[in-house]
Design a protein around this ligand. Structure first.
Ligand code: URA
Length: 287
């Protein structure tokens, strides 16, 4: 029996290595087949497209290997088994992403909190509910955007992420970005903005302009958790999201690469609408 399994496995691996089209067993798709193989004890399958198994990459994959993973499913498999930094020992669940993998808008936060660690989904606590309303106020239902964090695992007690954790985890975010290939990135909060842009500038300095990150327009705004503490920042956040709206609608000129940041967001003529939006966004806030 083991001999048959080994032969089947090496036959399937051989096909893949030769670049043959994927071959699915009659009853299901690739994922189902791989899961069946795993359940049947056929060993850790290659879900990465690199001819190596997800568990090896999760343990000791290099930045380059993670950046070479071929699809989102493979990337998720590696992230969900990841032990490349110390946070794996305290996490409950890896928080990979939520939303549409073909989204026009990719939202990046800092790191999971307690609710996210428990559920495995980003931005599901009070800040997440506010994020949903903010996005909707700019015409982006949550299900239509892609949401992730710089860190995929919760730092204990929500402490600030450490440099080695950022170093270990950021290739996942970078590959998510490449795979989604959005029209625009939105960095929520100082940490996400500074990490993506590689700077130490304040939010005050970074907001209100379109930056460039890896060739993608990037807009910086307040973190929804900060808005819960400072409701007065809701209107500026709404304005930032209107800039995102214009970029998606093709109404905002392309940013240039000068210092990675460039365009003033027009702010005039928006405040009347913004007053109504404050009510809409904050009115439904829980807690
Ligand atoms: N804060 C974040 O930055 N990300 C989450 O997923 C939740 C809270």
């Amino acid at each position: 029996m083991t001999g048959t399994r080994d032969s089947l496995r090496s036959y399937l691996e051989g096909r893949e290595n030769l670049g043959e089209p994927e071959m699915f067993l009659p009853s299901g798709g690739r994922r189902e087949t791989l899961e069946k193989m795993q359940r049947a004890g056929l060993g850790a399958p290659d879900t990465t497209g690199l001819g190596t198994d997800a568990e090896r990459l999760a343990r000791s994959g290099t930045r380059e290997e993670i950046l070479a993973i071929q699809d989102m499913e493979g990337l998720r498999a590696v992230a969900e088994a990841c032990t490349r930094c110390g946070l794996h020992s305290t996490r409950t669940k890896v928080v990979f992403s939520d939303g549409a993998a073909d989204a026009s808008v990719l939202c990046v936060g800092e790191a999971p909190g307690a609710n996210e660690d428990r559920t495995g989904l980003p931005f599901v606590g009070r800040a997440g509910k506010l994020l949903d309303r903010l996005l909707l106020s700019a015409g982006f239902p949550r299900a239509d955007v892609f949401i992730c964090n710089v860190l995929k695992c919760r730092p204990p007690g929500n402490r600030n992420p450490l440099p080695d954790e950022i170093e270990a985890c950021s290739p996942f975010m970078l590959r998510q970005l490449e795979l989604v290939s959005p029209t625009v990135i939105v960095a929520f909060g100082t940490f996400a903005a500074q990490t993506l842009l590689g700077c130490r500038d304040s939010l005050r300095h970074l907001r209100g302009r379109t930056h460039l990150y890896q060739g993608y327009p990037l807009v910086v705004t307040y973190h929804p958790a900060a808005l819960l503490r400072n409701p007065g920042w809701t209107r500026p956040t709404w304005r930032d999201l209107q800039l995102v709206r214009r970029i998606v609608d093709g109404e905002q000129g392309q940013p240039t690469a000068r210092m990675g940041a460039v365009e003033a967001a027009p702010e005039s003529g928006m405040d009347d609408d913004a007053g109504a939006q404050d009510q809409l966004i904050l009115g439904g806030r829980d807690g």
